[in-house]
Design a protein. Sequence first.
Length: 408
Amino acid sequence: MSSIMEGAIKTKTKRFKVKHPKRKLFRSNDPFLSVFMWGVNHTVKELQHVHVPVMLMPDDFRAFSKVKIDNQSFNKENLPSHFKVKEYCPLVFRNLRERFGIDDIDFLNSLTKSPKPMDSPGRSGAKFYQSSDRMYVIKTLTGEEVEEMHCLLKQYHPYIVERHGKTLLPQYLAMYRLTVDNQETYMVVMRNVFSGFLKVHKKYDLKGSTVDREASEKEKLKDCPTFKDNDFLNDGIKIAIGEEAKEKLMETLSADVDFLTRNDIMDYSLLLGIHDTTREDDREEVEDDEEEEEYDSGGSGGAALTPPDSPGAGRRREPLQKKNSVLEGRIDPETDIYAIPSQSSGGNLPNEIYFLSLVDVLTYYGVKKMTAKAAKTVKYGASVEGISTVEPDQYAKRFLSFISDAIE
């Protein structure tokens, strides 16, 4: 009897180990960027569970989604314990990404590796970041600029639809408000004007104005300074793309400028980047994008709140730097959408590639700009041509004339 009891006591019990779902880590030295990556991951995956509407409604341009995280236990070494993420007009921006030919999974993959800080080119005080694959630029906004963006978006979206995405306007792809350490930061994600692989050797910010339009001495000390209109004229630069390309470019630029004028917008610029194919440093060094993504499989207490991956989430874009077109110093049409090669002569390959886009399109001609114009008129005289602060109609005519003269 005792032997039977011993056998019963020695019966093995199978132990089950609880498995937690893997959750992606968002590593950055800056908690703000960790929250940004988390927010992009969360909001894009949330949208995968929302059906695509037949058409956008007025309420979609006022809509937003919000998530608040408290006592975050998951990923606590990288994310703050308390933060908030607000996405503006999610359905509108999803539709814009689609019209610009951007897949949401590619968009997510680009922005969930830590973005890199960039030099701030203007006097606005905005901070700029670049995605790790250099496809996108993230710019901080003021609260006033967020309001202006909401006003513009109602006109911008139908214009993009009408033009079938053919525009030199900034490609606005998402807009967020992040709250970290009780500090609110607004930011917008845009397509990068410049190539991620072809190095820009010279940059110009052109407004068609000549008063106070030179790069400062401080700016000139940078590795790749942004020069201005008078520098452009003094350098004797011409955008040599030929008559046919000039006609197409000016048609697109004129339509965009007409759109801005109708919306009382001025003070925009044409950002021009020049890549010299004859220089030895003609390609940017790109960090290896093939490293394994980091995940945490530990329990999070449900605090991460990120929906599960969609069936297509594992799909990765092929590393663009391996394409022959890039290795040979040529344009990749899938990514270098703002690029135009210089006109070749004698059957030779073009020796310059130009990147052109309109930037800074959120300045309305309101009371502030009227006051600025009056101040400059007093300083330089009413008869002085080339003051940058003028009415939208006058600004547009002068701008288009300057750019047309710069192209041959």
